[in-house]
Ligand binder design. Sequence first.
Ligand SMILES: [Zn+2]
Ligand SMILES: [Zn+2]
Length: 115
Amino acid sequence: MKTPERVTLEEFSRLRLDWIAAHCRDQEGFQVCRKCGGNLEIVGAYMSVHDPRFAEACAGSGKVLRLAIPFCPRCEAQPAQQGCIHEPAGAHLLGESDLDNYRDLFGPSFFTKGA
Ligand SMILES: [Zn+2]
Ligand SMILES: [Zn+2]
């Protein structure tokens, strides 16, 4: 999937779940590419948290979340390493990183370059 920009955390979660539902299938407990059957990888994208009141300017808190962006290295380009989330200042966020959850889902092919 492409690294999203200007989405709320809820939208991001839905986009990612939709992508997984549309592009992956389960194989012995791990998700693999529905199209080519290959292993998926994830990029740990650095998602800047921006204030939605300044949506066009992409200005924000300076806080950064690290979120797992799944992709198939055979079927698509590597997702961008950076994107942004638009959430109100002070919103309760997922935490610093959700990579561990997705490492479990996609198995040993976790993409570590640039980590
Ligand atoms: Zn594929
Ligand atoms: Zn932004």
